[in-house]
Design a protein around this ligand. Sequence first.
Ligand SMILES: Cc1cc2nc3c(=O)[nH]c(=O)nc-3n(C[C@H](O)[C@H](O)[C@H](O)COP(=O)(O)O)c2cc1C
Length: 204
Amino acid sequence: MSATPGPRILVFAGSTRRGSHNTHLARLAAERLERHGARVTRIDLKDYPLPLYDGDLEAAEGLPPQARRLQALLAEHQGLLIASPEYNGFPTPLLKNTLDWMTRPDGERSGLALFADKVAAVVSASPGALGGMRSLGLTRQLLGNLGVMVLPNPLALPRAAQAFGEDGDLEEAAVRQRLDSLCHRLVSTLSRLHPIDDASGESP
Ligand SMILES: Cc1cc2nc3c(=O)[nH]c(=O)nc-3n(C[C@H](O)[C@H](O)[C@H](O)COP(=O)(O)O)c2cc1C
């Protein structure tokens, strides 16, 4: 861990389900990111309920307050770690809808511009044998469309119902190692891209 303040990373899962495997995996990733020196904000999208995107609603009422709060959070962070569940081979409607609202303009301010130059790592957990691998590919593509640089080697965690031990950590050492490597890479990439100003504790 470095002595200077690390990059800020926003962590969330594309599920609000109680007992969500992806929320669990996001928590484990957040712990590792912090161990590698990042300043992490972990949020639950349950705390940011948004209507299904509707252009008429947006035209009549503008951005919902929760979308504004998410945009403000995004603006304060250099990195993202997203745990993306898989529904029928796709990322969840919750994740897509949340990102869609976040890209919308708020007055003069472009939502999409907030994503530019962010760096993201994506992970996925599923009770199935593929660990949500198909959702991972599409989540990477979606983030890329928003201008986010997405790290290679995302982690797909299969058989998630059996993957976590009694202590809450991942059972398999090899999988723990892969998550750790991904988290380390996210922090080290961000630290090189956004060197922190020692005096202010902020990236320039
Ligand atoms: C509508 C729906 C479709 C699903 N499709 C897939 C799928 O394509 N692949 C998969 O691995 N799991 C699929 N699942 C199972 C999810 O991976 C499982 O519900 C998982 O627990 C969701 O993530 P969470 O635990 O973070 O809420 C699907 C679940 C739902 C509700």
